[in-house]
Design a binder for this molecule. Structure first.
Ligand SMILES: [Zn+2]
Ligand SMILES: [Zn+2]
Ligand SMILES: [Zn+2]
Length: 151
């Protein structure tokens, strides 16, 4: 999703483009992804020092509500990392041993999405998909991953 699209989504939902909203979107976009709220806070402080802490947190909540970003829990940390949802998709494969995160684009979930929409009468706008496993490197190291009964 381009910046323009995100900004349009904010506008379409009836939200003004405040400094805080633009700054938060910009730092998430430029940093790539996987930022904690503390990361976002400090990056916003660099580009828009007038934006207060409370507005950054409110903006993160708002962008989550609008499905522009999603909180995800990486490295079994209690702190959520916010990720952008390009075109409503975000996909991870996470190695449970070394915590490497692999990103992939094509999830092939259109059929499932359509079925869920029909079954539950909801309009699905985005999804975060995470697979957990053991990467090649960790398997080469002989790690079994005690949580994996198959190995
Ligand atoms: Zn997807
Ligand atoms: Zn690994
Ligand atoms: Zn990601």
């Amino acid at each position: 999703m381009s910046d323009e699209k995100r900004i349009r989504r904010l506008r379409d939902a009836g939200y003004k483009l405040t400094n805080a909203r633009l700054a938060v979107l910009r730092v998430l976009e430029e940093a790539g992804e996987h930022m904690t709220s503390a990361d976002v806070l400090s990056a916003v402080g660099d580009i828009a020092p007038d934006v207060g802490r409370a507005s950054v947190f409110r903006t993160l909540d708002l962008l989550t509500q609008l499905s522009i970003i999603r909180p995800t829990y990486i490295e079994s940390s209690a702190t959520p990392h916010y990720v952008m949802m390009p075109d409503g998709h975000h996909h991870h494969i996470i190695c449970t041993i070394c915590k490497t995160v692999i990103e992939f684009d094509d999830c092939g979930l259109t059929d499932l999405t359509n079925r869920l929409e029909a079954q539950f009468a909801v309009q699905i706008r985005s999804h975060l998909l995470e697979f957990y496993g053991i990467c090649q490197h960790c398997r080469d190291q002989g790690a079994n991953g005690s949580d994996n009964p198959k190995t």
